[in-house]
Design a protein around this ligand. Structure first.
Ligand SMILES: [Zn+2]
Length: 390
């Protein structure tokens, strides 16, 4: 098996700075983390000046969606050109240092085909976990993707269809969304009994559930039903966006250990630039209140929605740190070890540790001091192979 030693590095292992300065890559895996003076390999690469961290994880993307489209698609574009664009997105993500992503919805399972081609090594791209068609209520959020369900029997049918196609998890739209005309982001789309049924049904097939939630009632139901991740978590209500934070719901989230995937993309910079001071205060106040309850966050962007590009997670993380009031290290954990834990891949990736996949991002400087170091990777390794070299 071919081995490579990445030597004279600064290493941040996904949780903490590591005392070692070398990573031994053997085949697809990390074989050792230790000292440059003690480890050896077929090839040694001097990485002086670089910091190694685990490849990044974006917990919420849509490979199918074109960020340049201003409106949601009436139906999935099945053309050869559309499929080629999906592959281009995947390749750009990998080059940016995103080695794993969770796809939370499409209409025709094209992202599953892409996932399998990446796994087979036919296409360059990150490891993908895919949800297929999200379960939604009739005419509900993203109904155009085909996952409408009016009751538990219809929800079962949607789940069954996704399982047949080979999804990795189930996605449910627990509230309306902004992208779909006629759906109300503040309103719950399913009652607690239906959501609980969906989570149990998925669990019977060893699948986790990700729930799209803007409104507070939907957030509460999703946490109570036992979903694994709450997407967006916008605390929307009658008083407006981010204006309906409820301590009892946050307490439930903390108690259940539900992960929050707030989809803070780089465009949220607009809140930091002060044009909407009130909204900024509300959003930052909600994050502060959630932090006080030690609710765990994972990094995500909702890439594919208008203006949000698939390879921009590294640019979103500094914005996420400021919006959510997190240290650089906390944000890096949310995009590596914590994300891997949340999406069920902690025994595969998310840390620099013996036996895990050699998914590595090498950057100039120290991202623990300045997250902007992530913007221009020096090298990316995926499953033991270099993706991009200096
Ligand atoms: Zn989404």
């Amino acid at each position: 098996m071919i081995s490579t030693l990445l030597s004279r590095l600064r290493i941040w292992d996904g949780e903490h700075p590591h005392t070692g300065d070398a990573i031994l890559v053997q085949g697809e895996r990390i074989a050792a983390v230790g000292s440059s003076d003690e480890l050896s390999a077929d090839t040694t690469v001097d990485c002086s000046g670089l910091t190694a961290l685990p490849g990044l994880i974006d917990a919420h993307v849509h490979m199918e969606l074109n960020p340049d489209d201003r409106l949601p698609p009436a139906q999935t574009d099945l053309s050869v050109a559309a499929k080629a664009r999906m592959r281009e997105r995947a390749e750009a993500m990998l080059e940016a240092g995103i080695t794993t992503a969770r796809d939370l919805g499409g209409g025709a399972w094209l992202e599953l085909t892409l996932r399998d081609a990446i796994t087979a090594g036919e296409v360059a791209g990150p490891r993908l976990l895919c949800a297929g068609q999200p379960i939604t209520c009739p005419s509900g959020h993203c109904h155009f993707w085909g996952g409408e369900a009016a009751d538990t029997a219809q929800a079962d049918a949607v789940i069954e269809r996704q399982l047949d196609k080979g999804v990795d998890l189930i996605k449910v739209m627990a509230t309306g969304g902004q992208l779909t005309k006629g759906s109300d982001p503040g309103a719950a789309q399913f009652d607690l009994a239906t959501l609980t049924h969906i989570v149990q049904r998925a669990a019977a097939h060893d699948k986790l559930v990700a729930a799209h939630c803007h409104g507070t009632q939907g957030i509460h139901f999703a946490a109570a039903a036992g979903v694994s991740t709450i997407e967006h978590c916008s605390w929307a209500g009658k008083a407006g966006w981010a204006a309906d934070y409820r301590p009892e719901t946050a307490a439930l989230i903390a108690e259940r250990g539900t992960w929050i995937s707030p989809t803070v993309n780089r465009g949220w910079q607009r809140y930091l630039e002060g044009r909407n001071q009130q909204m900024r205060e509300r959003i930052q106040g909600n994050f502060a209140a959630m932090r006080a309850k030690e609710i765990p966050f994972i990094a995500s962007t909702d890439a594919g929605i208008p203006g949000v590009y698939h390879h921009h997670l590294p640019l979103a993380l500094p914005v996420f740190a400021q919006i959510a009031g997190l240290s650089a290290e906390a944000v890096l954990r949310s995009a590596t070890s914590q994300a891997a834990l949340a999406i069920g891949l902690h025994s595969v990736t998310g840390r620099i540790e013996n036996g895990l996949s050699a998914d590595l991002l090498l950057v100039q400087g120290n991202p623990l001091i300045d997250l902007s170091a992530l913007a221009d990777p020096a090298q990316v390794w995926f499953r033991g192979r270099p993706v991009k070299s200096i």
